[in-house]
Design a protein around this ligand. Structure first.
Ligand code: ZN
Length: 93
């Protein structure tokens, strides 16, 4: 009986450890465009836009990219324009 209790207690501790590990500290991201003082994002600036697009061609979310709301909105428009003039792919590569 006592052995069972001990094993149950150790299992509980293991669970707690897992919960703590999953909570990783958030690295604070700063909007790249704000930092560099870029007011308007240019759709012809492909090298910069490419960093905000996955290899499948999807636009990276503001949550992941760290962009502020204003620049993320501009960024999506710029990426969509770049797609229209075939500077960026619509899908995959
Ligand atoms: Zn910004």
């Amino acid at each position: 009986m006592e052995n069972k209790k001990v094993s149950a207690a150790s299992k509980d501790f293991g669970g707690e450890d897992k919960v703590k590990k999953s909570r990783r500290p958030m690295k604070k991201k700063v909007c790249e465009f704000c930092e560099k003082g870029i007011a308007e994002i240019d759709y012809k600036d492909v090298s910069r836009l490419r960093r905000y697009v996955t290899e499948k061609g999807k636009i990276i979310s503001a949550r992941t990219s760290g962009c502020c709301a204003r620049h993320q909105r501009q960024l999506t428009v710029a990426i969509k324009r770049a797609r229209m003039v075939a500077l960026l792919p619509f899908k995959g590569e």
